[in-house]
Structures are given as C-alpha cells and as structure tokens.
Design a binder for this molecule. Structure first.
Ligand SMILES: [Zn+2]
Length: 224
C-alpha cells in the first residue's frame, strides 16, 4: 500500500486552495482542485488496487470512512473514472480497492457510451479532473450475450443493442471476444467522438483505456 490518506488529503487541499485562488494555470476550464496524479499513475493506482483485491488484501475498507465522508461532503476530487456494466458482480470500487471520493463511476448495461454517459464522463474530466478513464467490460456479460444472440427483448432493452452492434459484428458470434471488442470500441468512441476527452488526452495526458474484468479470478486486464 503506497497511499497515505493524511498526506494525500493535505496535498489535495493545498492544490484546491491554489485553484480557488486562481493560481493553477493551464486548462482554464476546471472548476476545482484536482488529483495531482499523471494519467499513467492514475491507471497504475487502479491496477494496484485490483492486485490487492485479487490477493484478498483490500486496504480501502479499513480507511477511516467517517473522516473520508466528512472531507468529501462539499467536493470530490476523484483521480480516475470507470465506465462499467450495471452487472451486480462488477462492484467497481471494491474490485479496484478504492474508497469514497476516489473513482467517478458511470454504469449502464453493456458499458456502452450513450450521449448521457459521454456527458457524465466529460464532466468527470473537465470539472473533476480525472486523469484516467477505464471502460470496463466483464466475462459472462448478459447484455453482450443477448445482443450476440439477437434475442427478442421487451420494453426498451433493445435500445442498448444499437451501441453493441459494432463489437458484435466484429466478434462474429464469439461472446468473450465481443466483450473485449465492445470495451475497446466504447473507449475508442470516447477518445474520438468527445471533443472534451480528445482535448484532455492531447493537452493533459488523460489516459482512456479499455479493460476486461474476469468474474472468476477478479483480475482486470487492460486492452486498447
Ligand atoms: Zn454486463
């Protein structure tokens, strides 16, 4: 464990103070204090957390949640964002061993980039200053399986299909491959279709990667 909550908070508060005083220059679009991590370091923090989770050595639960909550009532300064499936077996904060205020999480079945999801992640980048985004698919994804099988579904469920079609076509009926291709495709959509995210990648070193979560082993593997 390399995090020191006390030190971390002191640094964050310091940076927040500078930002409030208008001292922090550069982006011009950001509202609050920010994580000082680089994109690479933000990705590494998530992957280190996943290693702790796999090893059964979670450190986020023993953190003082009361203090953490008090510190985050008025503001949040997450260092990363994750777009994950709504699946109940993909608890994002737990599997990355993160606690309150650390990760900005958007979830929707099939982890697809809809306009609302893109808007949410753009807010995470511009207003909160996240340094990395992972689009996280997972094994045995029901949304992907249903889309591959082109099942008839009631209500609005099929609305998700249109977003899954590019990956489904590319995977040619292979569900595990479709999961990986979909996460990679959605990450690409974020990188290329969001002017806000494209700009942050270029100017601020924002990292946008796909990842796949293995329900059995608990391991996250990064992709494109
Ligand atoms: Zn799923």
């Amino acid at each position: 464990m390399h995090r020191s909550m006390a030190g971390d908070w002191t640094r964050r508060q310091f940076v927040t103070g500078l930002a409030a005083a208008g001292v922090v220059a550069g982006g011009g679009v950001r509202a609050f204090g920010q994580s000082t991590l680089t994109g690479e370091a933000a990705l590494r923090e998530l992957m280190d957390g996943n290693e702790r989770f796999i090893a059964g050595k979670i450190t986020s639960f023993p953190e003082d949640l009361k203090i953490l909550k008090e510190k985050t009532v008025l503001k949040q300064e997450p260092f990363a964002a994750v777009l994950a499936c709504a699946d109940s077996r993909v608890p994002v904060e737990i599997l990355f061993d993160q606690s309150i205020g650390h990760v900005f999480v958007s979830r929707v079945a099939g982890n697809v980039v809809t306009p609302e999801i893109m808007a949410s992640l753009e807010y995470g980048v511009v207003a909160l200053g996240v340094k990395a985004i992972i689009v996280l698919g997972h094994t045995n994804c029901g949304a992907i399986s249903a889309a591959v099988a082109a099942k008839e579904v009631p209500g609005q469920i099929s609305v998700l299909y249109q977003h899954l079609i590019p990956a489904i076509k590319g995977a040619k009926g292979d569900v595990p491959l479709a999961v990986k291709m979909n996460a990679a495709y959605q990450a690409q959509v974020l990188r290329e279709s969001s002017t806000v995210i494209a700009k942050a990648i270029k100017q601020d070193g924002l990292k946008v990667k796909s990842g796949s979560y293995d329900l059995g082993s608990g391991k996250v593997t990064l992709g494109d």
